[in-house]
Every structure is written in structure tokens, then in C-alpha cells.
Design a protein around this ligand. Structure first.
Ligand code: FPP
Length: 245
């Protein structure tokens, strides 16, 4: 019995978020440049996308570039931006064949113009796809997202559209970049690191966490299936007792 057959299709996470970590270390282990790791990370991205569609997971969110990643060596940043454009060019067929709709979260206006236009083009081309929403977090910082939401809410109060008493968890959620998405049920991070790195901090309040020791370029759809199988063995109590569920 393969791991996929063990997955309960009636109890799938609606939203899986992934921190794709370990490209640099994987490449270094092979005596190659870091960009070689990023290039090989693309096939793992394809595995994750196709695996999600194979099971019927409606939302997949990938941490492709954090706000802090701008501080990496200039050449690496440039290479990552070029890789983004070439990947979108190459993977448009994967998106269309699998019914994947692309969207982004983050400060997209900070990306080079050619990245912005390729993203806009791919988002438009995939707009009618319905199997899975693929969200790329690019130039993304969760703390900045919360600051932006706070500013938007303050403005609504100043404009008299809302009173302070009306601000609750739902209002905050509605003003995040992810307003139109369910919160992640499962967060996966590769590379053995066990931290969140400024990713979807508000949204993962009740997510199950899965830390894998393998590096991102080694990630396959079977790893995704195994993470989901393990997730299904856990009891999500949302603060209640077992007996109350
Ligand atoms: C983290 O590994 C990975 C990134 C910062 C970039 C993620 C990019 C890809 C997976 C490839 C391209 C993807 C798209 C969507 C085009 P790291 O460099 O931090 O690895 P390290 O911790 O071993 O140094």
C-alpha cells in the first residue's frame, strides 16, 4: 500500500503552507553554487503542486522569497528573480494542465519590473482555473502584513467607517493579504530547521506543524502525502478537550 492510498480524502487539509528551506545547503553538500540548489528546488515546487492537485487540496502557499531575503548577496537575489521568471515561463503548462490558479502575497512592487509583468501575465492566464490556488509569498513579511492591516483598519476608523469596538479577529483577518483564503491547516518546513521565519504568523494560529529533515530540492509528492497522512493522525482540539470534539 502506497502512502497516498493511506491518505483519507474526506479529511484533507484545505490549505497547506510550505517553507521551502535548504536549497543552499543541499547545493553546498554537492560542492555546487547556491543557485544550483534553487534551480533544483523548482522540480520540488512542481512535485508539491502536482501532489496537492492529485489529492484535491484547494490552497497551497509557498514561501518563495522573504522580505529579509533582499539582504542576500546581490548575485543570488538576481539569480532568484531570473529563476522566478524562467519558472513561470516553463511551468505555465503545469498550471494549465492541473487547473492551478496563481496569486501572490507580499510587496510585489519591490520586485524587478520583468518579474512583476510575468507574474501579472501568469495570474491573468490562470485566472479561471479552479482545482487549486497556488499562492507565492514574494518579498513577504508576516509582521509587515500585520502592520499594513493595522494601518488599513486605523484609516477605516478615522474615516468613520468603523468604531474601535468593532475591531475583532475577523476584522484583522479581513485586512490581511490572505483575506480571501482559509487559514493553513498544515505548515511544512524542510531542512531540519524548526522555526517560522516571519511566515503567516496570524494565519497559523491553529495549524499543525510538520518539520522534515530533508532539504527542499529532495522534496517529493510522497513527502507531501506522508505529511498529510501524519496530520490526519493528529487530534486538532482548537483549545477543547478530546471528549468535547
Ligand atoms: C530557501 O533555501 C529557499 C529560498 C530562499 C528560495 C526558494 C526558491 C525556490 C524553491 C526555487 C524557485 C521557486 C520558485 C517559485 C520560482 P535557502 O537558500 O535558505 O537554503 P539554505 O538555508 O540551505 O541556505
Amino acid at each position: 500500500m502506497s502512502i497516498k492510498d493511506k491518505v483519507d480524502l474526506q479529511n484533507l487539509p484545505e490549505h497547506v503552507a510550505i517553507i521551502m528551506d535548504g536549497n543552499g545547503r543541499w547545493a553546498k553538500g554537492l560542492g555546487k553554487l547556491r543557485i544550483f540548489g534553487h534551480q533544483n528546488g523548482v522540480s520540488a515546487v512542481r512535485e508539491a503542486m502536482e501532489g496537492a492537485v492529485e489529492l484535491g487540496i484547494p490552497y497551497l502557499t509557498l514561501y518563495a522569497f522573504s522580505s529579509e531575503n533582499w539582504n542576500r548577496p546581490k548575485l543570488e537575489v538576481l539569480a532568484l528573480m531570473e529563476l522566478l521568471v524562467s519558472t513561470l515561463n516553463k511551468e505555465i503548462k503545469t498550471f494549465q494542465d492541473n487547473g492551478i490558479r496563481l496569486q501572490t502575497i507580499g510587496d510585489i512592487e519591490k520586485l524587478p519590473k520583468n518579474c512583476q509583468s510575468k507574474l501579472a501575465e501568469t495570474i491573468a492566464l490562470t485566472a479561471n482555473n479552479t482545482a487549486c490556488v497556488l499562492t507565492l509569498a514574494l518579498s513577504y513579511s508576516s509582521q509587515k502584513e500585520i502592520v499594513d492591516a493595522t494601518k488599513r483598519i486605523c484609516q477605516q476608523v478615522i474615516d468613520g467607517k468603523m468604531s474601535i469596538d468593532q475591531i475583532d479577529e475577523q476584522v484583522i483577518s479581513n485586512n490581511l493579504y490572505t483575506a480571501d483564503m482559509p487559514n493553513p491547516d498544515l505548515l511544512i518546513r524542510t531542512s531540519g530547521e524548526q522555526r517560522i521565519s516571519n511566515y503567516l504568523l496570524w494565519q497559523i494560529a491553529y495549524a499543525e506543524l510538520s518539520f522534515l529533515s530533508k532539504m527542499w530540492p529532495e522534496f517529493t509528492r510522497e513527502d507531501l502525502f506522508e505529511c498529510i497522512y501524519n496530520y490526519q493522525q493528529r487530534e486538532r482540539r482548537f483549545g477543547k478537550t478530546s471528549e468535547q470534539l
